[in-house]
Design a protein around this ligand. Sequence first.
Ligand code: WT7
Length: 647
Amino acid sequence: MTDIYPVKPAVAEKAHITEPQYFEMYKRSVEDNEAFWAEQGKRIDWIKPYSKIKDVSFQKDDLHIRWYYDGTLNVCANCVDRHLPEKANDTAIIWEGDDPNVSQHISYQALFDNVCRFANVLKARGIQKGDRVTLYMPMIPEAAYAMLACARIGAIHSVVFGGFSAEALAGRIIDCKSKLVITADFSNRGGKQIPLKQNVDAASAIKGVSDYLESVLVIKNSDTSVAWNDAQDYWYHEILETVDTDCPAVEMDAEDPLFILYTSGSTGKPKGVLHTSGGYIVYASMTHQYVFDYHPGDIYWCTADVGWVTGHSYIVYGPLANGATTLMFEGVPNYPDHSRFWQICDKHKVQTCYTAPTAIRALMREGDEPVKSTSRETLSLLGSVGEPINPEAWHWYYEVVGDSHCPIVDTWWQTETGGILISPLPGATPLKPGSATRPLFGIQLALVDSDGNELQGEADGNLIIKDSWPGQMRTVYGDHQRFIDTYFSAFDGVYTTGDGARRDKDDYYWITGRVDDVLNISGHRMGTAEVESALVAHHDVAEAAVVGYPHDIKGQGIYVFVTLNVGVEASDALEKELVQWVRKEIGPIASPDLIQWAPGLPKTRSGKIMRRILRKIAENDFENLGDTSTLAEPAVVDDLIANRKNR
Ligand code: WT7
């Protein structure tokens, strides 16, 4: 029996895309790819219109990706200025504070004024076209102003999630050689103050940062005072008084960089994913309109943080390019209580709510009452992103939150893809709980086996993409070879996603998770290698191996095997210290959930750690350890099994 939810006639009736339209457009988008994207490009205002659509090669010795490449535009002007003639007084951003009594409506006119002034503040700090600016910000309107202000003057923003540590922030400042960091004194989350400025101070003291960092621009977001360095720190509000409101938007080439966003991979340090201007904004606009079936006047809410790509494409760029009202929430789902999300929906008459399975599962655990105590009568569409949504959570989201009348769009994509690639369209796609369903326009998916042979029909394999789309990343900042090695080397001539997927008899895709050493913790990516290198940097640790295991709320938890240096005693205190250590090195999202002391790690005779075995031990699946004949010391495994940590 397949659990399937047909498209509701009432939804199809008002939808931009119905099922026959989806099939017709999809076919055209693949058969006449350039014509399709030439058409979609018109949703954006170009300064100099493009005549060239696409110049792409996925061959690793000639890798290049260019879209709309003789056109010029300004992304900020597309998100702000062009809406002024008709929408100056319409709300662009609804900001909801952590404190439920605090909210603000920012009109397109006010957004324009704020962004122009912010851009002039950046110029006053010496920022010019092409400079990198790091943002380490709370979820306040100034985060959006800052991103758009960078886009306005052609500076490249790199937003670092406010939950990352000073060390992680420092690494990202150094990697892209940022001259300026924009932050706030504090971020307010769940009634607590997070000391962002203090973390920036700690980051600036780390070796290498001062080679690039010239100034820190601080937004005042509390009444609590902070330490101050006169040589480097500037209050935003003080410079603001000295600048005027006039700031022309700079003409940018379609392929000029818009932003860098760091993301974890299976090896090495986080990569600076680079997105450019023209193709990215076309793709963000198209997907926001079709996937969320956005219509003028809708109140649209994406609960992500701007520190992640979801916040870039679906809080700021996509919705604002479409002249939408986008809601930005400073706080957390459980403050002041577990009804907060749904209270926000009622308070601001939200139509679309786009969140993550981990949040849904955490709220589901609190029962139905916190949901049922709200009306949610304006809700008409729900969205999910970040990891596969388990059917139990899907059903609760659908039945309890959506009162069985809101379609759920389960959107699959990646930091690298810039926008959603696989998702139902509300008016076009019958839903199957747990499946991201079908590819969007222009997205040519395939499944391949480990030798790269394409699989036909119902199949399970590596998810790859055969051709480019305008929102695709263009390079790894400062390391083009790494871009090629990571995404275009495993299989010839295609983009490798790093995910596994199954295709069913209806050609629906079911993402099965990462096939590499990347963990997905609460919908956020974390490389096992990153956590391991943080651990071995601790003076008591000789060796560490990190794997994921199933976790009820987070999807995956972090399971750590640690071998201590000779002479070091294992203890509860040391375990706590190692957890704190990782939080300090990377951030709370990398916190180990379980640490097991390992006198030895299972290795091949050539010394390679056999993670496959560790994964099975962490999953409590001792029956399926697989082939252990290549182990150098088989007894190691028995010890690890005997001492497996219980959840
Ligand atoms: C990885 C990308 C793109 C925004 C958030 C995460 C997993 C993402 C889904 C989904 C199953 C999903 C994949 C992907 N993922 N969305 N709807 N169903 N898996 O961005 O940090 O770049 O992570 O998240 O494994 O590769 P990201």
